[in-house]
Design a protein around this ligand. Structure first.
Ligand code: SAH
Ligand code: SF4
Length: 398
């Protein structure tokens, strides 16, 4: 058969359903799924590369503009497929250069995506779920409750939308974003298949071509997800630790009751062991909360806990939001904690708060979640009861 699709055969699916099948959204198809799709409509698998390039390198969603495909194929694609991104509702720009997009996904809820420019890097922090079921005690997303997983098109759609927003028309969108961190709303490893497809698209050379070191999946410690990720792919892995003992971590990260520290750290070690490059490290995220997990003793325990795991530590001063009474430690407190870890030989960074004025900092992302768990309602009632009962303090400290 010729490579030129002049006769563009009609797909089995089209024949079966008389052309009435719902269009396939090509935006969220992994490279492998795109090849399968091409075969399913009677095309050669290599057409996938052309489609991936049009969609993810050039940001094109209209098949009629895909000029290296035959007219017949373009017409067929218009019948059986679409390229459908979620919709940008609003865009906010912080004084420090951080930008935040509110993105409406199917069903009406909104998620948030944040771009943090820094030293020539443009890091995009994307969401993986609408809300989050895990309810960490210090996280605004957790307090919103959980609605649903994002589809792969909605996850990679955040990269696609922002890349397009940053690129002049006619230019390649491919290099607009240099790093992606899955540290927005949701627990990525509880939406495994859609996150994996998106991560593959980010790292694929026919798509965004971002190096695996610059794509980071952040997890609160979903052990089976970490193991599955090590079998299927190799992005950077960040673990949200936040506490050096099970007793305290059970309070801050309730998932710890299911997967305690020892199991989580062993899974991180297995993840590193599965990578051919032995220089790679786990990023440990530690949100510092005043009077809760920020003492010298906590720092010493953390240094001891991590002594066998190749890692670097990122300290995140707690970002406040209504509904919880936690506080950010003073700069002295943060430095004291950092010094202990530095002296123990760790590489330690302190995440500067970015986008505070537009509520775009870590843990402040709340979007507009139609909460199925009704958790947000309960927390709001709790906060209202709390202020009504003033001055009695509520003990949220561990
Ligand atoms: N669910 C994943 C990824 C999203 S949360 C995870 O927990 O890793 C991304 C990071 O933001 C996590 O390290 C989380 O602990 C941190 N974070 C959440 N709420 C925060 C807050 N109020 N202040 C500072 N960091 C916060
Ligand atoms: Fe979910 Fe991560 Fe927030 Fe915990 S910190 S509630 S896992 S988004």
């Amino acid at each position: 058969m010729s490579d030129v699709n002049d006769q563009a055969p009609v797909s089995t699916a089209e024949q079966q359903h008389g052309g009435e099948v719902a269009p396939v959204n090509l935006l969220g198809l992994s490279p492998e799924a795109m090849r399968e799709f091409c075969v399913s409509i009677g095309e050669k698998p290599f057409r996938a590369q052309q489609l991936l390039k049009w969609i993810h390198q050039r940001g094109i969603d209209d098949f009629s503009e895909m000029t290296d495909l035959s007219k017949a194929l373009r017409e067929k694609l218009a019948r059986v497929a679409c390229v459908q991104a979620p919709e940008i509702v609003s865009e906010l720009h912080s004084e420090d250069g951080t930008s935040k997009w509110l993105v409406r996904v199917a069903g009406g809820s909104c998620i948030e995506t944040v771009l943090i420019p820094d030293n020539g890097r443009r890091t995009l922090c994307i969401s993986s779920q609408v809300g989050c079921a895990l309810d960490c005690s210090f996280c605004a997303t957790g307090k919103q409750g959980f609605q649903r997983d994002l589809t792969a098109a909605e996850i990679i759609g955040q990269v696609w939308l922002v890349s397009k927003a940053l690129t002049a028309s006619g230019e390649l969108i491919k290099k607009a974003v240099s790093n992606v961190v899955m540290m927005g709303m949701g627990e990525p490893l509880l939406n495994f298949d859609n996150v994996l497809a998106s991560v593959e698209l980010m790292m694929n050379d026919y798509c965004y071509g971002i190096s695996k070191r610059r794509v980071t999946v952040s997890t609160s410690g979903v052990v089976p997800g970490i193991d599955e990720l090590s079998r299927r792919s190799d992005p950077s892995l960040a673990l949200s630790l936040h506490a050096p003992t099970d007793e305290l971590r059970n309070v801050l990260v309730p998932l710890n009751k299911k997967y305690p520290l020892k199991q989580v750290l062993a899974a991180c070690q297995r993840y590193l062991d599965s990578l051919p490059d032995k220089k790679r490290k786990i990023t440990i995220e530690y949100t510092l909360i005043k009077g809760v997990n920020d003492s010298v003793e906590h720092a010493e325990q953390t240094a001891h806990l991590l002594k066998d795991l190749p890692c670097k530590i990122n300290l995140i001063p707690f970002n406040p939001f209504s509904l919880v009474e936690y506080e950010r430690p003073s700069n002295n407190g943060i430095n004291r904690f950092r010094q202990v870890l530095l002296q123990a030989g760790y590489t330690v960074t302190v995440r500067t708060t970015r986008g505070d004025d537009i509520a775009a900092a870590c843990g402040q992302l709340a979007g507009e979640v139609a909460d199925r768990t009704r958790r947000s309602e309960r927390y709001q009632q709790l906060a209202a009861a709390r202020s009504a009962a003033e001055p009695q303090p509520i003990n949220v400290r561990a």
